[in-house]
Design a protein around this ligand. Sequence first.
Ligand code: PMP
Length: 408
Amino acid sequence: MNTFDFTTIRRDFPALQQQVYGRPLIYLDSAATAQKPQCVTDTVNDMHRRLNANIHRAVHYLATQCTERYEQARETVRRFIHARATQEVVFTSGTTAAINLLAFSFGERWVGVDDEIIVTEAEHHSNIVPWQLLCERKGARLKVVPVDDAGRLQTNVLATLISEKTRLLCITHISNVLGVVNPVREIVRLAHTHGVPTLVDGAQGVVHQPVDVQEMDCDFYVFSGHKLYAPTGIGVLYGKEKQLEQLPPWQGGGDMIASVSFDKTTFAELPLKFEAGTANYIGACGLASAIDYLASIPLAAAHRYEQELAAYAMRQLSTIEGLQIYGEAAPKTGVVSFTIAGVHPLDAAAILDKSGIAVRTGHLCAEPLMRRFGVQGMLRVSPAFYNTPVEIDTLVVALKTAKKMLKA
Ligand code: PMP
């Protein structure tokens, strides 16, 4: 394993210092939400205590300070994902909100009867259900790209699914179940050769890979702050300016207007057109603080280390008889999901919990993928750069004990 200094990193995360049930916490559920470094909680606390006033409205000191910091946060996000302009960075409450925004706004503008939206079998519910709802509203159809047994997207099938009726292709960058990194650049290129725009769900991808939306050339990229070491309730919709320009607003309210009268309302310029109501400006500053934190650590080494940790977890877990891992295709990072023959995932997770080990269980918000692999649920460990190989070893020992207890 590379020489990533996780010992120093761990000191930045107060939550990792605690014990649960008298055992040191082993937090292996970062794909659900990541723990926060001290600098992020300090930013949020400081703003609540000292520097709080509504943005884009008043001229007083606190309001202008908050507005400036909010717009600086937008610039920080822009740089982080290499967007061309801050107009292309819309703050939302998270990935789900960003996708719903698009499903309404893009759907309103471009989707009609008999049109088609393509998603993949590996999507989180939040990149399926908003599109299903849109299809119901508009009389459109959802088409699905399958994954193979190793968790790879079957891109050869994708080519056959695209038709002149296809309005949008929605793919996950990294599945929250399989951990397989999808070849989004090539997929976007394929879609574009057919004139189809693309939405990439980056909720997991942005955490484990450098993201350059211009290089990826996707039309839309969405992610949540809370998985990226930032507070909950903040997320991002990136969209190419020429795409966002053409879309109608989704929600109406304060901040998204240029002028309002009972005869006619005109809308604010991008990105505020899509930010109705009081924005989560403190959350946005928390997100900027998390991105600054990531810039202060050796991030490329952290990403490599996460990939190695996932590979190490796969090797160690494979020593458990009857354990099956889903999504063995490389490159893989961030999550390892599995079942153990004869062991219910929930029972195993409950036993792990009593040893201080936090993992996720259930359908992982991806029921179609569960059905694809013929299981009702899985166990999922999702290591981040603050986890250690020793924690993986402890997990494996605890799982072996749990298996014995449950099979006795
Ligand atoms: N997509 C993926 C791939 C995810 O992992 C998640 C969160 N588990 C989401 C979308 C939804 O994110 P949020 O709940 O933060 O909106």
